[in-house]
Design a binder for this molecule. Structure first.
Ligand code: DAT
Length: 195
């Protein structure tokens, strides 16, 4: 039996633009596999040093590429990461750069909660404000600047053929639904054309 060829898709953009939300739902609707590069690195400890300024581990890009290489060769992967210039160009059939208006993104990042251990109900009420650790200060400002200067879009345009790089607005639930429908259609067409 011949196995259907399926495309590899990159979802990229500034943190908070909605890559994970879109990627997971897209995987549900299409049966493609979703990979969050941040989670993959965390699980495999694919790090190379620690960034003191941002207080976070530094991604070991070579090990991430090695880890994903076989799966990418099989096709049918949706990859989610807030960077894109270290993946081999040949991996992706299409690249989507999600874009969010500054004020919307600012609110999303400020309200983003980091995973906190579960607390008893009474305690969680008392501490709910204290444990809500959204992005603040330099990290918040840098991410907003990253979006204003369309840093990731330019990175994508440098790293891939311009004609496979597409920007998608990602401000509200209507945008999400429209993006899902468009990408599902694109996958169906690609699959027809390549099998
Ligand atoms: P990313 O993976 O790019 O960091 P996310 O998927 O975690 O972003 O989304 C960040 C937050 O924004 C999360 O609370 C879900 C929300 N969100 C994502 N896409 C959205 C959309 N199109 N409309 C409204 N909210 C959205």
């Amino acid at each position: 039996m011949k196995i259907m060829k399926r495309p590899n898709i990159l979802l990229t953009g500034t943190p908070g633009v909605g890559k994970t939300t879109l990627g997971k739902e897209l995987a549900q609707r299409t049966g493609l596999s979703y990979v969050n590069v941040g989670d993959l690195a965390q699980e495999g400890q694919l790090y190379d040093g620690f960034d003191d300024e941002y207080q976070c581990p530094i991604l070991d890009e070579d090990r991430v590429v090695d880890e994903l290489e076989d799966k990418m060769g099989d096709g049918g992967m949706i990859v989610d990461y807030h960077g894109c210039d270290f993946f081999p160009e040949r991996w992706f059939n299409i690249v989507f750069v999600l874009r969010t208006d500054n004020t919307v993104l600012y609110n999303r990042l400020e309200n983003r909660s980091v995973l906190a251990p579960p607390l008893p109900v009474s305690a969680s009420v008392v501490f709910s404000r204290a444990i809500k650790k959204g992005y603040t200060g330099k990290k918040l400002q840098d991410n907003i600047q990253c979006e204003i200067f369309q840093t990731i879009y330019e990175e994508a345009m440098e790293a891939y053929k311009e004609e496979i790089v597409h920007q998608l607005p990602s401000n509200d639930p209507e945008d999400l639904e429209r993006n899902l429908e468009q990408i599902v259609q694109w996958i169906e067409q690609w699959t027809k054309d390549n099998n």
